[in-house]
Design a protein around this ligand. Structure first.
Ligand code: THU
Length: 130
């Protein structure tokens, strides 16, 4: 059920704090046990200090106990089919798997489904650092 995850991302987007870019984004992650963690972008007057919706969602996911991420949805009010930025692809890949589904959305729902592996091919994996 991709649409409920889109709705969670959309609800999160409504809470975005994006007074500078005026580009609200929402993200939602579903875990194998059925929990949904969501987040919005949060900007800061010192622009580089702001962060993305996916990053907020990951913070909620970790603080909520983590677990296996099965699906991710991302949506933006002003862009159909938004894709996560490069930094967020790396952050999501830290906790997701290459076959984890990523739903790219427009204002009314999922328009394309891709995998994390397709979003971040040849990504840096930290296994050797552990
Ligand atoms: N943004 C996200 O929240 N996620 C992305 O994957 C791309 C960009 C936010 C960051 C910033 O607040 C605004 O979009 C414009 O770049």
């Amino acid at each position: 059920m991709a649409h409920d995850l889109f709705l969670a991302a959309q609800a999160a987007m409504a809470k975005a704090y994006a007074p500078y870019s005026k580009f609200p984004v929402g993200a939602a992650l579903r875990t194998a046990d059925g929990k949904i963690f969501s987040g919005a972008n949060i900007e800061v007057a010192s622009y580089p200090e702001g962060w993305c919706a996916e990053t907020t969602a990951l913070g909620h996911y970790i603080m909520g106990g983590g677990g296996e991420i099965t699906e991710i949805a991302v949506t933006a009010e002003r862009m159909a089919r938004i894709t996560p930025c490069g930094g967020c692809r790396q952050r999501l890949a830290e906790f997701a798997r290459p076959d984890t589904k990523l739903f790219l959305c427009d204002e009314s729902g999922v328009v394309e489904t891709v995998t994390m592996g397709a979003m971040l091919p040849y990504g840096f994996a930290g296994d050797i650092l552990k």
